[in-house]
Design a binder for this molecule. Sequence first.
Ligand code: NAP
Length: 266
Amino acid sequence: MGILQDRVALVTGASRGIGKAIAQALAHEGAKVALCARNAEAVRKAADEISPGGGRVLGFRADVTDKADVRNLVQTVVARWGPIQILVNNAGINARIPIESEDDDRWRAVLDSALLGTYYATREVLRSMPSHTQTDGLVSGGRVINLSSILGKFGVPAYTAYCTAKHGIIGFTRALALEVAGRGITVNAVCPGWVETDMAALGMRETAETMGISPEEFRRQALAAVPIQRILEPKEIADLVVYLASDAAAGMTGQAINICGGQVMS
Ligand code: NAP
């Protein structure tokens, strides 16, 4: 029996990277896990890799910025497995958008994938998320876990959209934590530093290019700011999410927890 045995979970943006690792870790602890992403084939493949033919891990095509998609997704999962007890708002995109570029569409897309997506999915899931369950003396309800970033705690030039979105996720987390505390639902944000994924590789390539250095040289410079001197693996973020989803974390809500090798200490 895993510590999340038979809980129903939804992880957005789970076809690769951190979201896929989170889905895998939740499933490892016994949860039934729905994954979503915009690319249907990729998300179904990810679900199948986590649990081949098992029926306890399912991939769905859904764009979190599309309200109808999100409603449809949540209704489908609830009809199949019952109310969602763990929601992980992980879907997001990043882009380097210097302020003078006037790239309104890309700026809005970065904000929408993080903020609107988190809002739509959370609102829809909360309609049926159970309140106040009692397990071994701990009173706890559902869990909402939002992916912010250490860029939700400080700024980086040319990343106003991403920094705005990730600071916004922390504000959303704090306000919602207060709003649903009476239902025994906790809401927390996870703030990773560099994590080895496609998104991080893109960020390194883009920044290296503008600095006129190689991605390898940029990586060396980026690591100099990380006390543990390495980039985190997606599984390390997933393990923190499993803890936040567990009954043991019933006393934590409204927090924005850094997991960044010591790069940020406040
Ligand atoms: P990634 O490798 O680029 O994966 C992003 C995932 O989100 C993919 O499955 C992607 O699939 C999905 N996605 C993107 N937009 C979506 C949308 N509108 N609707 C549904 N799914 C969507 O990114 P990652 O590095 O794993 O990042 C995951 C989260 O962690 C993000 O919120 C990111 O901001 C945060 N984070 C990452 C790092 C890092 O260093 N990697 C650090 C701090 C925070 P499709 O493209 O098929 O939709």
